[in-house]
Design a protein around this ligand. Structure first.
Ligand code: BTN
Length: 264
């Protein structure tokens, strides 16, 4: 077992490996720019195997829309899993697949209920505790590998979180033994279970069951256009967000930035 002086659980290579159902290579870095960037570089330079890369800290953790992902030392688990996609259908559902795996992994490891905020955030206590960034790597016109990047906030940084995010993030960690290794392995095992027995309808239905947004009023921003108010009606069979705008028009969104409108 491994802890730092503040008793924050730390991931270790052997600790994770022993708990994995699929015995893939595991690398753990004390510090790295971004586990997704590293994983992509490995694949581009010819690494063929599936593997997992974990960092105690990221100096350049990245999220969707090139946003920064807050990754201070030993305050969370930050990792990227590289796998070979099974089919084209799976490529369109990687983020939902990871979302379901994270919700299940947190429930099994920490007994906490979390919700999925379409499309790639996991919420605990009505705030973001997890971000997911899935990236595809093409070679010869085909997608050969995908990088599934997941960052989970476990513990608050000493002195508190940075000003610009302190009110919008939450932490799911507790002081149970070996938490970082157990949580990472559990989520990777969940991903492999969904990946190996890929079932689109089962993933979408679980994704929808854990949705944080259905029924909520949100602000929608598509491709830097003006922000518009909408009510979330549903998540459809392809994981699109079905919204009704104020003037009554219904649209299925495949990609957008969304923000929940606070209730008065
Ligand atoms: C988001 O919030 O938009 C997604 C954040 C994804 C963060 C994870 S942490 C591990 C991996 N490495 C990165 O640089 N990003 C992902």
């Amino acid at each position: 077992m491994c802890y730092n002086q503040n008793m924050k659980s730390i991931a270790t290579q052997n600790g994770i490996y022993e708990l994995l159902n699929s015995k893939i290579a595991v690398e753990v870095f004390d510090n790295i720019d971004s586990t997704n960037l590293y994983a992509k570089e490995c694949v581009k330079s010819g690494r063929k195997e599936e593997f997992l890369v974990v960092a105690r800290e990221q100096s350049c953790g990245r999220g969707r829309f090139e946003r920064k992902f807050y990754s201070p030392k030993d305050c969370g688990v930050y990792f990227s899993l590289v796998i070979e996609p099974t089919c084209t259908e799976e490529l369109g559902l990687l983020t939902p697949m990871c979302g379901v795996a994270v919700v299940n992994g947190i429930k099994k490891t920490l007994d906490k209920d979390t919700k999925i905020k379409w499309v790639n955030d996991i919420f605990y206590d009505d705030k973001k505790c997890t971000g997911i960034l899935c990236e595809a790597i093409a070679s010869g016109g085909m997608i050969s590998r995908v990088v599934l990047g997941i960052g989970i906030n476990l513990y608050e940084k000493d002195g508190g979180a940075d000003e610009e995010i302190k009110d919008i993030i939450s932490f799911v960690g507790d002081r149970s033994a070996d938490l970082a290794n157990r949580l990472i392995a559990s989520i990777v095992n969940e991903i492999y279970a969904l990946h190996n027995g890929f079932d689109k309808n089962a993933i979408v239905s679980e994704y929808k069951r854990h949705s944080f947004l259905i029924g909520k009023d949100i602000e929608v921003c598509v491709l830097d256009e003006e922000t518009r108010l909408a009510r979330v009606l549903d998540i459809d069979e392809n994981c699109n967000l079905v919204v009704r705008y104020q003037e009554g028009r219904v649209e299925r969104l495949n990609s957008a930035d969304t923000r929940i409108v606070p209730t008065a």
